[in-house]
Design a protein around this ligand. Structure first.
Ligand SMILES: [Zn+2]
Ligand SMILES: [Zn+2]
Length: 179
């Protein structure tokens, strides 16, 4: 059994729901020559930022590319579990497992944060900031209402769409798997 995690925005004014794209976003290993496969377990999850994409006309993601400094800082805290973490430091880089961390650190080296929708490639996007599950820096374009952020979890076996990217952020291809 696996579980899938969807994110969505719900407009408190007009009641419209917008679901974030639900595909699984993975970085493939560099230059193995073979087609990447989920079951090789040689990949890392793409870290993401939430955006509103004006091209997709809905919520979407950009890659989140941590800076060298963020990687170094996370490495410091990961190497020494006794080191007290600052209260406000919530970071996926601290929570992912070692293999994923080293994969990302190696494959994203030298890259910089971009503001491009990972699904359509448009740069016409707005980064969404949330507080208490409300989007605080952006209103629903259709009606000006407040957008509430929701997590939806669904359990069970099913078809999953995996979108593969190179370490340079290029879309390589899609894989459909069932798990
Ligand atoms: Zn609305
Ligand atoms: Zn888009």
């Amino acid at each position: 059994m696996t579980f899938t995690h969807y994110e969505s925005l719900h407009c408190l004014e007009c009641d419209e729901h917008h679901t974030f794209p639900s595909g699984i976003l993975l970085y493939a290993p560099a230059e193995t020559g073979a087609k990447p496969s989920y079951r090789d377990w040689n990949w890392a999850t793409v870290l993401t930022n939430r955006i509103w994409c004006f091209q997709c006309e809905g919520p979407s993601y950009t890659e989140r590319i941590p800076s060298q400094r963020e990687f170094d800082l996370a490495f410091k805290f990961r190497s020494d579990p006794d080191l007290p973490r600052p209260d406000n430091l919530e970071d996926e880089l601290l929570d992912i497992d070692d293999e994923q961390f080293h994969f990302l650190r190696k494959h994203l080296k030298g890259r910089h944060q971009n503001n491009i929708c990972i699904y359509c490639g448009s740069g016409s996007v707005r980064f969404l900031q949330t507080a208490m599950n409300r989007v605080v820096n952006f209103k629903h374009p259709l009606c000006g209402g407040i957008l509430q952020f929701d997590h939806i979890f669904s359990n069970g076996y099913g078809e999953k769409t995996i979108r593969w990217f190179s370490g340079q952020g290029e879309f390589i291809g899609e894989q459909i798997d069932h798990f």
